[in-house]
Design a protein around this ligand. Structure first.
Ligand code: ZN
Length: 285
């Protein structure tokens, strides 16, 4: 497993996973801007991730694209790569790297909970797990998103003369909030706006984010109706995935690393933080 470094770079074959700067070969887990960048020579990703990158950055955002289906093997020398659903947003993938019978999984951003806007997370057993840790603290216990969306629907019913403005990240979260509303039989018109707008009559400001667990944060941002709807795993889901993966070696990337490292060590698992620079846990949620 020492074939990959703390920047998710495999020097032996000059392959990077989610590099921040333009590189020769980049495997991209998903199309959020802190993972998918412009200017690589060769991008390997799911078809949906490639399509979204082209929509956002233009058709020439990389010189060459290799789309992979989930489960389809792609080999470079004696390294075998496969992508598996991460359940984070449309097209999101975990990367399984197999080399000399060692299985290493990079989860990328992932969530275990069901989401109709993307393929659901698939647990992949491995020897080494590189996991994200955006919500890697025990205080983060995401509620059922259906209950959260019901709060919004109730407020809309009660406050008929107010316009509800729901802040949601444009890629992934916005589609999920709309899907959740429709699942709960909310059939009124939903308007999409580019950014916060307070020029509506009597707006009630709502926000759909895992960070809404932190009440102080919601208050500071002037959020009147916080909705805890996250596209990341919560604390228990992170622990559960670590356990079920059967990995003996756990590396923890962007997010709250300390508590997870402590938990893994108590379970006699080898664990350390990777501290990748340039990932924003704030915006991309
Ligand atoms: Zn993401």
């Amino acid at each position: 497993m020492d074939f990959i470094n703390h920047q998710l770079f495999i020097k032996d074959i000059n392959v990077h996973i989610d590099p921040i700067l333009p590189k020769k070969t980049a495997i991209i887990t998903h199309s959020h801007a802190d993972h998918a960048r412009f200017g690589h020579d060769h991008v390997i990703a799911t078809r949906q991730t490639i399509d979204i990158m082209k929509i956002r950055y233009g058709d020439k955002c990389a010189k060459k694209f290799t789309p992979l289906r989930y489960g389809q093997k792609y080999s470079i020398k004696n390294y075998d790569f496969t992508l598996h659903p991460a359940g984070h947003i449309l097209g999101s993938a975990q990367v399984l790297i197999e080399k000399n019978n060692h299985r290493l999984v990079i989860t990328g951003d992932y969530k275990v909970g069901k989401d109709e806007t993307c393929k659901n997370f698939k647990l992949v057993k491995c020897d080494t797990l590189i996991t994200e840790a955006t919500f890697g603290l025990p205080i983060f216990q995401h509620p059922d998103p259906k209950d959260e969306i019901q709060k919004l629907i109730r407020s809309v019913k009660i406050n008929k003369n107010n316009c509800h403005i729901v802040g949601a990240y444009a890629l992934g979260k916005a589609q999920r909030v709309m899907n959740l509303l429709r699942q709960q039989k909310y059939n009124e018109t939903i308007s999409l706006k580019d950014r916060w707008s307070r020029r509506f009559p009597n707006p009630i400001i709502c926000m759909a984010s895992g960070w809404m667990t932190v009440k102080q944060r919601a208050k500071q941002q002037g959020i009147e109706l916080p909705l805890v709807i996250s596209d990341h795993s919560d604390w228990n889901e992170l622990l559960d995935t670590i356990k079920k993966s059967k990995a003996k070696n756990i590396l923890i990337t962007h997010g709250q690393e300390d508590a997870l490292v402590y938990y893994c060590k108590k379970q006699n698992l080898v664990s350390k933080p990777l501290s990748i620079q340039g990932r924003s846990d704030e915006e991309i949620e």
